[in-house]
Design a protein around this ligand. Structure first.
Ligand code: ATP
Length: 410
């Protein structure tokens, strides 16, 4: 834990502060989950998840009193989020810590959210997804740095194995199937054999009980990973798609390179949105809408996928059109959809639109038209569109020519 490449100095100071306060209050305290896994893998850690064998909300309040910041509490789950004071938040990312009361969980029905009861640290590790995520490092006082590993996570980490903690794990929570594939791909690990066998029609069938939002969240996380493509292909190989939606197609291997593309050109987009467009744009409209509903896409994302599919179909009719016609056709479409269809088709006009044409505007404004005494109405839009089209198509090339054209239109 003393390696600055893994834990920054400031993170370490923070952990030391937590250590002394928890000892002072006699509240056993642990770092858990992903950060422990990553420390043992000697990789930089992201978030700090803290579990207390005590009341996490009380501990959070004590932290605020001693160090500052503020607390958001979730009494029903016995958890709190400590938002770091600004002086620390500037240097530590993310700028909050999860504080959790050690707990056990039971699942009333497969796929349902768990019922939570405060318990011991060891029980808290037993409720987790995989052995490699079920280790803790004790923080309080003299215990600082002690590893708690009752499920042999360290050995699985050494041999690169993803192993569930009990045979019903994927039935209780099938989102763990996505998580397993994510860790497998991220660290080039393998599913341990009985874990792999537990991904079968019985556990996959429970996808039907999950909300679209929960499934989409997991797919989003996969698309954000560097190895997203191999993870999606692995889900395909495990025959999971039809359990998510009957019409969910294989990911077209011809689009593989695009998924790993670094998005340039100032296009506002997430990797997940890019992934869904590539995945679904070749489907018919009904299938796109039905999958969007199942995965509870935002209306913006649904529109982006639909727009890419429509644009792809209409490309043959637009080829060789004037720039003004392209601009008219593309203007209402999300830029990301235009970009994806450009990647797929290589149509230069799409790139011209993204890079240049969409920025072209006449010098004349609505105020200028008003100053010319034009009465308010649709004619304003028509004139400005005509001026823009003339610029785009090279019919005018300077302000003087624009003014001359304007005079003919007024
Ligand atoms: P990542 O590096 O992907 O963020 P992480 O381990 O930090 O990995 P989180 O999603 O932040 O992942 O979860 C924190 C911890 O909570 C995990 O390490 C795991 O122990 C536990 N956990 C998360 N999701 C589940 C789940 N569905 N079932 C059981 N335990 C889970």
């Amino acid at each position: 834990m003393e390696n600055e490449r893994i834990i920054s100095n400031r993170q370490l100071i923070l952990l030391r502060d937590i250590s002394s306060l928890s000892a002072e209050l006699n509240m056993p305290c642990y770092l858990v989950g992903g950060s422990v896994r990553d420390i043992l893998l000697e990789q930089p850690i992201n978030d700090l998840d803290i579990v207390l064998e005590a009341n996490a909300i009380e501990f959070g309040n004590a932290l605020v009193k001693k160090i500052g910041g503020r607390l958001t509490t979730h009494p029903k789950f016995h958890t709190a989020i400590w938002h770091l004071p600004e002086s620390l938040a500037e240097h530590i990312q993310p700028s909050f810590l999860d504080l959790i009361t050690a707990r056990s969980e039971t699942y009333k029905t497969p796929g349902a959210l768990p019922t939570v009861t405060p318990s011991t640290m060891e029980d808290d590790l037993r409720r987790r997804d995989f052995t490699i995520n079920a280790m803790a490092i004790r923080l309080d006082g003299d215990h600082f740095g002690e590893l708690l590993d009752p499920l042999n996570g360290q050995s699985d980490l050494k041999y690169g194995l993803i192993r569930i903690l009990h045979p019903r794990s994927f039935i209780d929570d099938p989102t763990r199937i996505f998580r397993a594939i994510r860790y497998e791909g991220r660290y080039s690990f393998h599913l341990e054999s009985s874990t792999s066998e537990s991904i079968n029609s019985t556990s996959l069938d429970i996808f039907r009980m999950l909300s679209g939002e929960r499934i989409r969240h997991e797919l989003d996380l996969i698309f954000e990973e560097e190895q997203a493509l191999s993870m999606i292909q692995r889900l395909q190989e495990l025959d999971t798609f039809k359990y998510i939606h009957q019409k969910l197609p294989d990911f077209n291997p011809a689009y593989s390179d695009f998924l790993e593309m670094d998005m340039g050109l100032d296009i506002p987009a997430s990797r997940a949105a890019l992934g869904y467009i590539l995945w679904l744009m070749d489907l018919n409209e009904d299938a796109i809408l039905s999958i969007s509903r199942r995965l509870e896409f935002t209306s913006e994302l649904t529109h982006s996928v639909w727009a890419a599919s429509q644009l792809k179909k209409s490309l043959p009719f637009l080829t060789n059109s004037k720039p003004s016609l392209w601009a008219l056709a593309l203007e209402k479409l999300p830029l990301l959809s235009v970009y994806v269809v450009y990647l797929d088709s290589g149509e230069g006009s799409l790139l011209n639109y993204i890079s240049f044409w969409r920025h072209v505007k006449p010098h004349t404004t609505g105020n200028d038209l008003k100053a010319h005494g034009l009465p308010p109405g649709p004619r304003y839009g028509e004139i400005l569109t005509q001026l823009r089209a003339a610029w785009l198509d090279g019919e005018i090339t300077n302000e003087k020519e624009e003014k001359e054209l304007l005079n003919t239109l007024l």
